[in-house]
Design a protein around this ligand. Structure first.
Ligand SMILES: *Cc1c(COP(=O)(O)O)cnc(C)c1O
Ligand SMILES: *[C@@H]1O[C@H](CO)[C@@H](O)[C@H](O)[C@H]1NC(C)=O
Length: 423
């Protein structure tokens, strides 16, 4: 029957209704012109994002289709080197064999396996919070939270430089939206005062901001939140697994694990890098998210191999902090050598090491030259970062060797001299 319909429909459209068809062709051509125009303006603005094709697995050494031999990769969020860790990969294979490729279902219909519950429990344990809910991504986690938690009588106070997923998530909720200046406690206080007439207040910040690798002033934020009766939410995508004495995150680093109410993070960075996001926090909140959160209710369960990999990654980190310590040592090796050579590296101890260059063209030319030295790094310029603050963002991984770090520094010195950044 289906086949018959297919054969019939096409001639009917083409032969019997020619005017409708040409109208739709005209509309399609018009849409195409509009899209081409939009694409041209992105190219003209110099903000076109090309995708480099990697032909190997993710790791400190990768192969790409435009270069012979392997290159050293310094632009992944693979902070702990777990993306291709043998135990993590094996756990994914085991989960694939025992639990299959996927669930073909959302969680509440028939998409929850013991595997998912086990990972949620481990993540809650890792963050020392009551409960955890998994999402297909942290982007989804952020999209789901605010709408459920906050109504029109509430206020959300958000750092102006928060991640796009938080900004989108906040747009979806009906609460009063207030933005405070980047990491500015006095501006936050002004706004908290203004928000006193609201029913609830939620302060929202990235734990670590990904462009500068700077750490939110969480202790001050928690003090203000206590003083003005607000909850605190942090997005820990660039902190989970390695910041703090046991790698629990920015809240552990700054001694406020018991004062931050809600944490969102990702499985797509340090925790194996596959995919998935989650929220940890008070049990009633997590229960309510399972009932109401749209990205959770209407999107497929995380695939078992992804859950298997992430579970092993979290287990490795619950067992020992050795990997995170090794990453920190390499981060400091890079930061110290680069500073000694005369470069300016923003941030302090974070594995995001922005090599500040200022000029957008310089950042772009230097990153191209770095690739000729076999080092893969990416330049960032306006509008991703402010005008005049172009940089090459280097990201260190525990999987880099000391020799990898030294080779990267050497390449920076040579290209820096060539472009007059170093004398
Ligand atoms: C990467 C990132 C996200 C998105 O995480 P996904 O799991 O990849 O969707 C959200 N917030 C911040 C701060 C991030 O850096
Ligand atoms: C945190 O994640 C949840 C879902 O994972 C999402 O619904 C929520 O909007 C996120 N919160 C913030 C403040 O980003």
């Amino acid at each position: 029957m289906e086949r018959t319909q297919f054969i019939l429909v096409a001639p009917v459209l083409g032969v019997l209704r020619p005017s409708t068809l040409s109208r739709s062709f005209a509309a399609a051509a018009e849409a195409r012109a509009v899209l081409e125009n939009e694409l041209d303006s992105i190219r003209a603005a110099g903000t076109w994002k090309a995708e480099r094709i990697i032909t190997s697995k993710q790791g400190p050494q990768i192969t790409v289709d435009c270069s012979r031999g392997s290159i050293l990769n310094f632009c992944a969020n693979n902070y702990l080197g777990l993306s291709s860790h043998p135990e993590v990969v094996q756990a994914g294979i085991d989960a694939l064999k025992s639990y299959g490729a996927g669930l073909s279902s959302v969680r509440f219909i028939c998409g929850t396996q013991d595997l998912h519950k086990n990972l949620e429990q481990k993540l809650a344990e890792f963050h020392e919070r009551e409960d955890c809910i998994l999402y297909a991504s942290c982007f989804d986690a952020n999209a789901g939270l605010f709408e459920v938690l906050l109504g029109p009588d509430d206020a959300v106070l958000s750092d102006e430089l928060n991640h796009a997923s938080i900004i989108d998530g906040i747009r979806l909720c009906k609460a009063k939206r207030m933005r405070y200046k980047h990491m500015d406690l006095s501006d936050l206080e002004v706004q908290l005062k203004e928000a006193q007439s609201s029913r609830m207040r939620l302060v929202v910040t990235d734990g670590v901001f990904s462009m500068d690798g700077d750490v939110a002033p969480l202790r001050g934020i928690c003090d203000l939140a206590e003083q003005y009766g607000a909850m605190v939410f942090i997005d820990e995508c660039h902190a989970t697994g390695f910041l703090g004495a046991r790698g629990r995150g920015t809240d552990e680093l700054l001694g406020v694990m018991d004062r931050v109410d809600i944490v969102n993070s990702t499985l797509g960075k340090a925790l194996g890098g596959a995919a998935g996001g989650y929220t940890v926090g008070p049990k009633p909140l997590i229960d309510l998210l399972r009932q109401r959160s749209r990205p959770y209710l209407f999107s497929n369960s995380l695939p078992p191999p992804v859950v298997g990999c992430a579970t092993r990654a979290v287990e490795l980190l619950l067992d020992s902090n050795e990997i995170a310590q090794s990453m920190t040592a390499k981060t400091m090796r890079f930061r110290n050598s680069m500073t000694q050579a005369g470069f300016t590296i923003a941030g302090s101890a974070h594995p995001i090491c922005p090599v500040m260059l200022g000029d957008a063209r310089l950042a772009s030319l230097m990153s191209d030259d770095m690739l000729k030295h076999g080092i893969y790094v990416i330049g960032f310029s306006f509008p991703v970062v402010p005008k005049g603050k172009a940089r090459i963002r280097v990201q260190i991984s525990a999987a880099h060797t000391n020799d990898d770090i030294d080779r990267c520094v050497d390449a920076f010195i040579q290209t820096g001299q060539k472009h007059g950044v170093l004398s």
